[in-house]
Design a protein around this ligand. Sequence first.
Ligand SMILES: NC(=O)c1ccc[n+]([C@@H]2O[C@H](COP(=O)([O-])OP(=O)(O)OC[C@H]3O[C@@H](n4cnc5c(N)ncnc54)[C@H](O)[C@@H]3O)[C@@H](O)[C@H]2O)c1
Length: 255
Amino acid sequence: MTGILAGKAGLVTGGGSGLGRATALAMAREGARVAVADITEEAAASTVALINASGGQAIGLGGNVAVEADVAGMVARTVAAFGRIDCAYNNAGISPRNVGPVGQRTHEMSRQSFDDMLAVNLTGVFMCMKYEIIEMLKQGGGAIVNTASIAGLVGLPTATNYVASKHGVVGITKTAAMEYAQDNIRVNCVNPGYIKTPMTDPTMAARFDLLMEKVPMKRLGVPEEIAEAVVWMLSDKASFMTGASHIIDGGYYAA
Ligand SMILES: NC(=O)c1ccc[n+]([C@@H]2O[C@H](COP(=O)([O-])OP(=O)(O)OC[C@H]3O[C@@H](n4cnc5c(N)ncnc54)[C@H](O)[C@@H]3O)[C@@H](O)[C@H]2O)c1
């Protein structure tokens, strides 16, 4: 295999759908062996089948990123299969509608909804980084990309829990980047705007025109437009990039 990730081994969480699936496919196209992890094991298996059908090499893993033993297991099984873990894309995430009623302002949101969101979107990323970095330190380096969001940089009404989780991802990305800069481990995050995936389909069905008023390009992104950047950030081509928030949003943040 040739490509900018040739010879590398990677792990993608939330790899059964949306941004995770597109990135797993792009990583494999660029020569990486890829462990595709998802809470929905069948979805991970579908991504693996797509990779294997196109001549790549992948394994599928089940597991919930909010459960520490599952995360430790995902990393251990990746290393057992490939001998190492060079690139990790910590991407599994949920939206406010997964943890409570939609449209709630801060005073209406339950503590449970807030905690459930952080467990997946923030604690999940923390735990993935922890176990990946343990392996990367042993092998002498690696690269991590976390999925944040434009909601990690700006407020988003009726999404206090989501905004907290994504601002947290930006913060722990910066901190880990500083902590491991001398260990040959780079840590960055990607901050997508509105991208067409199963996560955003219900929101777009209800509010597409309203939301597009804030997007200069007046369209949704597609998962491949995030995947190409993530693959580059995971590759040695991004060798001086660490601690960065890479915004890909059709101009939302600039406007
Ligand atoms: N789609 C967008 O517009 C957009 C914008 C900014 C950020 N994001 C972020 O991108 C990431 C991927 O979102 P997407 O749009 O591809 O959504 P998606 O729903 O298509 O994919 C998310 C995947 O994560 C998996 N997952 C959910 N909870 C999990 C858990 N606890 N453990 C393991 N896997 C789990 C799901 O099964 C699913 O396969 C999320 O972190 C999301 O917050 C999405």
